[in-house]
Design a protein around this ligand. Structure first.
Ligand code: APR
Ligand code: PHB
Length: 404
């Protein structure tokens, strides 16, 4: 699309225009700004809206390292909780996956994604880098030329940002991926026939580590945000409405899907948030179109089983940040065309793990055959060192690919 005529527009220039102020856009912007690479963030919603989204809260070591590199790791290191294991529950018992022992000392950090986003937003406010929130009519132009631009309206004023590169960090429903002609992009998708009903409650977590439960009534997950804030999920029907689920019904259902000891020690209380989310696997290929890059949820979605969404976005950001850094600091233009290929190798492995965790833990039908196969698979994996190691290696996060 050609940019609109500049007569009524406020014209700005930057090196990288970043569309979307979710974790991907804000983290990329922060890393670039620390290297002196100028960028402008353009976000469709308000800051409060962005911070109201509740998402998974398990950070891989690579994500933690990147947040520290971005100098936004201080509160995470102070308030986050290091977890060196988690449990799989099936057939009424708990099997622990000792992440630390199985991966040579790696762990994960439990720290809410909302907090990560807040830390990044605060850092950007302090640094004074330019951001536009509540932007309307965001449109990408000429990214196949040497002069891409982004147009949008903010507070009634039309703007054009001329830039060297565009980072499409605008999530699954964003405009960036949709700006690519359908014949230039291939989409891979799997939609699962169930949802997750999640609640947040001001109660101590049932266990100090996460529990992922397979049960013949359906999947359940016990997670947490802190020692007094719990996050629980149960698999539900896609036809269910939040109002169908009283707190009492939720707690009864959760208890019925946990092993006896955990069920007995579950402390319940009023929910302070309750929502239903669908589950999807999705990948767009390629992820680079001339001078435009898709990053994070704009390019791929994983089902939440395994908490890989934010972590996968962070590894895209790592790759794009380093490619742009080398482009500006060493004039390495050759790496630009390798962005997709590098990202997609790790994305597909992580898609596979999230799909597999979803497949072995959820109820797909009333067919007892599938349930028995899942139980056999869980029993096999958790009784084999190789099986437990493969789960642990994937859960703590596969390594990032170095650029040469
Ligand atoms: N113009 C500008 N911004 C947009 C547009 C648009 N047309 N459409 C969407 N956005 C914004 C959204 O309002 C949102 O704030 O882009 C942002 C995308 O953020 P996320 O959906 O959080 O995606 P991402 O930053 O890639 O985060 C990846 O975090 O949010 C989770 O589930 C997600 O776990 C995954 C990870
Ligand atoms: C969460 O705490 O919200 C959470 C944790 C682990 C998951 C998914 C969600 O796999």
């Amino acid at each position: 699309m050609r940019p609109p005529s500049s007569a009524k527009h406020k014209l700005m220039k930057t090196q990288v225009a970043i569309i979307g102020a979710g974790p991907s856009g804000l983290l990329l912007g922060r890393l670039l700004e620390l290297q002196g690479i100028d960028n402008i963030v353009i976000e469709a919603k308000s800051p409060d809206y962005v911070l109201s989204r509740i998402r998974a809260g398990v950070l891989e070591q690579g994500t933690q390292t990147l947040l520290r590199e971005a100098k936004v790791g201080e509160r995470m290191d102070r308030e986050g909780h290091v977890h060196d294991g988690f449990a799989l529950s099936f057939l009424g018992r708990l099997e622990r996956i000792d992440l630390h022992a199985l991966t040579g000392g790696k762990t994960v950090m439990v720290y809410g994604q909302t907090e990560v986003t807040k830390d990044l937003m605060d850092a950007r406010t302090q640094s004074g880098s330019l951001s536009f929130y509540s932007a309307d009519d965001v449109a990408l132009h000429d990214f196949h030329s040497d002069h891409p631009s982004v147009s949008f309206t903010s507070n009634g004023q039309k703007h054009i940002v001329e830039c060297d590169y565009i980072a499409g960090c605008d999530g699954f429903h964003g405009v960036s991926r949709k700006s690519v002609p359908p014949e230039s992009i291939r989409l891979f998708e799997r939609v699962y026939p169930f949802g997750w009903l999640g609640i947040l409650s001001r109660t101590p977590p049932v266990s100090h580590e996460l529990i992922y439960a397979n049960h013949e009534r359906g999947f359940a997950l016990c997670s947490m945000r802190s020692s007094m804030l719990s996050r629980y999920y149960v698999q539900c029907s896609l036809d269910d409405k939040v109002d169908d689920w009283s707190d009492q019904r939720f707690w009864d259902e959760l208890r019925s899907r946990l092993p006896e000891d955990a069920a007995a020690s579950l402390i319940t209380g009023p929910s302070i948030e309750k929502s239903i989310a669908p589950l999807r696997s999705f990948v767009a290929e390629p992820m680079q179109f001339g001078r435009m890059f898709l990053v994070g949820d704009a390019a791929h979605i994983v089902p939440p089983t395994g908490a890989k969404g934010l972590n996968l976005a962070a590894s895209d950001v790592y790759t794009l940040y380093n490619i742009l850094r080398l482009r500006y600091q060493q004039n390495r233009v050759d790496l630009i065309a390798r962005y997709s290929e590098i990202c997609l190798r790790r994305i597909w492995k992580t898609e596979r793990f999230s799909w597999w965790m979803t497949s072995i833990l959820h109820k797909f039908s009333d067919d007892g055959f599938n349930q028995r196969i899942q139980e056999a698979e869980l029993e096999y994996y958790t009784s084999s060192l190789a099986g437990k190691t493969t789960i642990a290696e994937n859960y703590v996060g596969l390594p990032y690919e170095a650029l040469e």
